[in-house]
Design a protein around this ligand. Sequence first.
Ligand code: MLC
Ligand code: AMP
Length: 508
Amino acid sequence: MPANANLYALFASHFPADRSRCCMETQDGRYYSWDVVERASAKLSNLLASLDLQPGARIAVQVEKSPEALILYLASLRTGYVYLPLNTAYRHAEVDYFLQDAEPEVVICSPINFGWVSQLALKAGTHHVFTLDAPELDANTGSLLQCAFSFSDQFETVQSKPDDLAAILYTSGTTGCSKGAMLTHDNLASNAKILQQAWAWSKDDVLLHTLPLFHVHGLFVASHAALLSGSKMIFLAKFNAAQVLHYLPDTTVFMGVPTYYVRLMQEAGFGRDACRNMRLFISGSAPLLLDTFNEFAQRAGHTILERYGMSETTMLVSNPYDAARIGGTVGFPLAGVTVRVVKSDQSVCKTDEIGDIQVRGANVFKGYWRMPEKTAEEFTDDGFFRTGDVGKFDSKGYLSIVGRSKDLIISGGYNVYPREIESVIDEMPEVVESAVIGLPHAEFGEAVTAVLVLRAAAVLSEHTIITRLKNMIANFKVPKQVFIVDKLPRNAMGKVQKNLLRQQFENQ
Ligand code: MLC
Ligand code: AMP
């Protein structure tokens, strides 16, 4: 039989020989050895296997971060099902869309959301709904952990082929509607191995894991490298700057979005002493401002390594571990990843010439879930994926991202699609039309901002709009500011000129 391409099998082959070593430790002192991770994921795998799901069944998961949530992800891999993580901030309409689109056979949610999520799951044809929370909070009868408890703690990881799906991550890609990016076991395994090498991971590393578990950054980039290296993770439920400062002296690797670094530097006690055992700080998911990069080097005595990736491709480009890390750039293409910058006629740009970034490699996803035409649109004839990002290579081969051709706002590392917010605002009876833009924001990088035209004689305050939106969409998508104008500026083609709106409202 050929070697098993299941990603869990790859991780397990690198677990430390001494399984009593620590895999994850939490802020309240819980300790998960590699043995516990192996046996608990086996119990959950046996439970999932007992449900008699179709091959390729989707397991949709919207739960708070905990070691159990990561173990559930591992169980999904082990059983060969397809893991579908959902942001905990998503509200009713958002979750409804994902469940209708993905048709998961199993839905796992936080106990507090069981009422409304189970109704949506029922509507989407799901047969199994469980809850998951940290063990001390998870005492109800639908609890996944309780249901799994009586199952065996031994499970033989199923045989997977490299091209089998491991996960679906919803993203809006270059257009507005949410699409499920299908990632295979080989996509994830190849990227994990490359990053382990590129960033020189070892079993002696300790990762301070503070990212959420429902996006590429926290679920794959951070966890995979640690799982593949047998490294310990200090596993915090969320990012909190004071807590990070507390744990840094016990840490060797930290990963985060730029907002984490901005917040960390607001901690008075943050400095070289806190970083004395650190080996590597990594930033990604959004542009790291040069000021943040420089100030951090001064304060911490460490140069942040910035890298670039996306849900459809996992990691693509990284500043080097053992050569100069240049601020304002994302570095060199990773081993096995081909990156090119092209002009609108598809010819390759010269050094320092700005163009569209396109990529190819074993890491690039299999396509969008049930959207073959959209998938085809996003690939060139010679098999490169169009990232929707705009950049340039310098004479030394460092890539800089200078903009985006996709209409996307990145706020605190979360993607916000203006079209989605505009369509929700346009539904309000008082509104004629709206434009949603990103304005520079010191902490979040960009702040979601709405510009509205109201119907004659309609009255609608900024406060009312924001309050209404908070009930309808995830909180990070809600505009930080709302401006009301008489009309939106349009070009000769009738397209809203968002650049003019950005100029007009940037300093207000
Ligand atoms: C929270 N809030 C945000 C926000 N996060 N506002 C704008 N942008 C954000 N990202 C707002 C809430 O709406 C709320 O507003 C208030 O802040 C408090 O909410 P919270 O949940 O308590 O906030 P906090 O815990 O402080 O969260 C901030 C954060 C978080 C920066 C820690 O957003 C975060 O962890 N971001 C990381 C995102 C990430 O993992 N991205 C990776 C994507 S993968 P109010 O008004 O209700 O009080 C990817 C590919 C790649 O991009 O290359 O990696
Ligand atoms: P997502 O679709 O959530 O995976 O977000 C991917 C997008 O995040 C990319 O297409 C980029 O626009 C952006 N991104 C990721 N890393 C960086 C970075 N280091 N600098 C600038 N943008 C980034």
